[in-house]
Write a protein that binds this ligand. Structure first.
Ligand code: PRT
Length: 164
């Protein structure tokens, strides 16, 4: 925990799968500060900022394209199912399209690109000294009380500077 954050008194911090994964990756990324140039992460942390910042933008675009591929597969499958229904004299509004293998490949691709975005984003946070708990506090501080995980870390008010 850093001075900017706190956990409400008397509550246990939560445990979760994705939390453990992100924490392990964040630890690896931080440790790569001391690695050599053979480490891709080290290069992103130590070279000019454009390398990692461009990578975040590029990977985010790839997420968009991967999601669009999924949409395209769904549309093609639906249109094909509707055409078949019409040809067979069935109600085209009642058809349920069978999704092709390409759809599942596109979903896998989206997951892959999403992981690329998260990794590069975590490198950016490390580069600019934003700890993972501080980042969690940013997300938690946006949540309503009933929505936030029990024991979720929060930002002290003076560190909430939205839109500045
Ligand atoms: N999670 C990652 C990770 N995700 C993506 N990348 C790299 O990010 C780069 C992405 O570049 P590209 O987009 O050109 O390549 P791509 O992802 O193959 O292809 P597309 O995205 O274009 O489809 C590749 O070089 C990947 O290896 C990562 N490199 C490292 N890590 C983690 O960081 C640790 C330390 O890595 P090193 O610094 O290399 O030791 C690793 O053990 C991993 O846990």
């Amino acid at each position: 925990m850093v001075e900017k954050t706190f956990i409400p008194e008397g509550v246990e911090p939560p445990a979760s799968q994705i939390g453990a994964t992100i924490e392990a990756l964040v630890g690896t990324i931080a440790a790569r500060r001391e690695a050599g140039a053979e480490s891709y992460t080290h290069r992103l942390l130590s070279e000019g900022e454009d390398s990692v910042l461009k990578k975040v933008a590029e990977e985010a675009t790839e997420v968009v394209l991967a999601a669009k591929d999924i949409e395209c597969c769904m549309l093609v499958a639906q249109e094909s199912a509707e055409s078949s229904a019409i040809a067979m004299g069935q109600d085209e509004d009642a058809v349920c399209a069978e999704l092709p293998a390409e759809y599942y490949e596109a979903v896998d691709h989206l997951r892959y690109e999403a992981a690329d975005v998260v990794y590069h984003l975590l490198v950016v946070l490390e580069r600019y000294g934003i700890g993972i708990d501080e980042f969690a506090a940013e997300l938690n501080s946006r949540m309503a009380d009933g929505e936030r995980p029990s024991g979720g870390i929060l930002l002290h008010d003076e560190y909430i500077q939205r839109g500045k």
